[in-house]
Design a protein around this ligand. Structure first.
Ligand code: AMP
Ligand code: MG
Length: 488
């Protein structure tokens, strides 16, 4: 691997150098060969032979520089003060085979000075959810952390019950969170300049060409965040806990806990059982992104040339960037050009989904069964299921809508429309039930289902033989929601 361990050269107040605390008898959970190749891990015999020991914290290769990072954050809208890597370690920084920086971060690696009341561990259940979700989003084309693999162990971890300790080697373009800057502003304000230069040079080097690199950097962070959240809305993803310590400065999805993928469409859907007020409900995510940036930005006023006015100018385009990306994506999902009439159709369509509690993923995909039925037998079946779920009143609404929709499609190149629809509407997302079935089997020592779901989600836009009905069936409308909490 092309090591580039630079974080360890920053001011020593920002981190604590330490090795992981070994897990007891670590064993193979799953390994992502594609990520190993991307990192150059696959070309190193020592790393390949010893990957289980490395993830189990028993062996630290000489080129690694393990450390826990200090950060802070706003959690559920409140200042939470010092947080930090309480159970994860930045193990190494590398350049991948595209020359992009990537962090290897071991989650579940034991106690650190930032563990507070925690035990420094991660349980198998949440490790599998994080592993599969990073993979799912990456393969869907949404900027996200991913993982090299995970191990399970005999280490006993107490949550609501005793569970098996596990560890995940997370891979992300950066592990710097908005909360890093919040920590610096409170606890080491004199390093803000150095740290900002580090973020620019490492992750936004193109901003050096600007006359005001700091403002160019902030503008770029804001833009990437807006686009990432638009991607989430389009795919039906709810992060679940968008605290400022869980948002990356690169606009890449980070920290999977109580996340979920939308099933029956309800914009007010709250996946996180611990989110009693619905702060992080699906429909609130764009506004929360803005809220987070808005508490983050003023810290940069300590730097020369940054004023309240220039920061307002940076943040002002957030909403337009989000809207542009979201609306364009919505039109693509329908195979229509980005224009007012398409958007009217799109919003009527979303209302139909909401009023009839239709499955978000399947309903969008089903439209291929309407537009190009001959080539889409699977989608025709989805369409048939969808129309049987419509109320009597909605049948008429659907007839009327689909007639106008087909008329719009007929004015376009069918090939282009089908291409847009196929590449923007997945067949498979990581439904909570899918993750749960993989977890239940894994907790019995069987990892075949983790592997099957992993392979299924490797190609989420194509119909696959290894799928079963449970992978694509939405729960019945009156099924109680599966409780997904912050406990992990
Ligand atoms: P999260 O809600 O997972 O984003 O975590 C919030 C903060 O709590 C972070 O600083 C984590 O490192 C820390 N944390 C979460 N779980 C544990 C744990 N089991 N042991 C130590 N720290 C933890
Ligand atoms: Mg976190």
């Amino acid at each position: 691997m092309r090591y580039q361990n630079t974080y360890v050269n920053l001011d020593t107040r920002l981190y604590h150098e330490q090795p992981p605390t070994p897990l007891d008898n670590p064993r193979v959970g799953h390994f992502n060969t594609q990520v190993a190749q991307q990192l150059g891990w696959a070309n190193d015999e020592d790393l390949m032979t010893n990957w289980v020991e490395i993830l189990g914290g028993q062996y630290v290769p000489a080129d690694f520089k393990p450390l826990s990072m200090a950060y802070a954050g706003h959690q559920f809208g409140q200042w939470a003060g010092q947080l930090g890597d309480g159970r994860g370690l930045l193990m190494a920084q590398v350049l991948d085979n595209h020359g992009q920086p990537q962090d290897l971060h071991l989650k579940g690696a034991g106690l650190t000075p930032y563990s507070r009341m925690g035990d420094g561990r991660a349980v198998l259940r949440s490790t599998i959810r994080e592993y599969l979700c990073g993979h799912a989003l990456t393969q869907l084309g949404i900027p996200s952390s991913n993982a090299l693999g995970f191990v399970v162990s005999n280490t006993r971890v107490r949550r609501e019950r005793i569970e098996a300790g596990a560890a995940l080697m997370r891979v992300a373009d950066s592990h710097i969170r908005l909360g890093h800057v919040e920590w610096i502003a409170s606890f080491a304000p004199d390093v803000l300049g150095e740290f900002t230069n580090y973020m620019i040079d490492t992750y936004y080097p193109e901003c050096r060409d600007s006359e005001t690199p700091v403002l160019a950097f902030l503008t770029a962070v804001i833009e990437r965040t807006a686009r990432m959240i638009a991607d989430w809305q389009l795919i039906g993803f709810a992060h679940g806990v968008m605290n400022t310590d869980n948002l990356s400065i690169t606009g890449s999805t980070l920290d999977f806990g109580p996340f979920g993928f939308m099933e029956r469409f309800n914009p007010a859907w709250i996946n996180n059982h611990s989110d009693h007020t619905g702060r992080y409900a699906y429909q609130n995510q764009p506004a929360i992104g803005h809220w987070n940036l808005n508490v983050w930005l003023p810290h940069f006023m300590r730097l020369e040339g940054v004023t309240r006015e220039t920061l307002s100018e940076c943040l002002a385009p957030y909403e337009a960037t989000f809207m542009q990306h979201y609306q364009q994506g919505l039109c693509r999902k329908l195979g229509l050009p980005h224009q007012r009439e398409s958007l009217n159709l799109a919003f009527e369509w979303l209302t139909l989904l909401e009023d009839n509690l239709l499955d978000y993923t399947n309903s969008f995909r089903a439209l291929l069964g309407l537009v190009a039925p001959a080539d889409h037998p699977y989608e025709q079946k989805l369409l048939a299921t969808m129309t049987t779920e419509l109320s009597n009143d909605a049948q008429q609404v659907w007839q009327d809508w689909s007639t106008r929709y087909l008329a719009s499609i007929e004015q376009l190149s069918l090939e282009q429309a089908v291409d847009d629809m196929t590449t923007n509407n997945p067949v498979y997302v990581l439904r909570n039930g899918m993750a749960q079935r993989a977890i239940t089997a894994a907790e019995q020592g069987q990892f075949e289902e983790v592997d099957r779901v992993f392979r299924l989600l490797a190609n989420p836009y194509s119909v696959q033989d290894i799928a079963n009905d449970l992978d694509s069936n939405a729960p019945a409308p009156d099924t109680p929601q599966m409780p997904i909490s912050c406990s992990s």
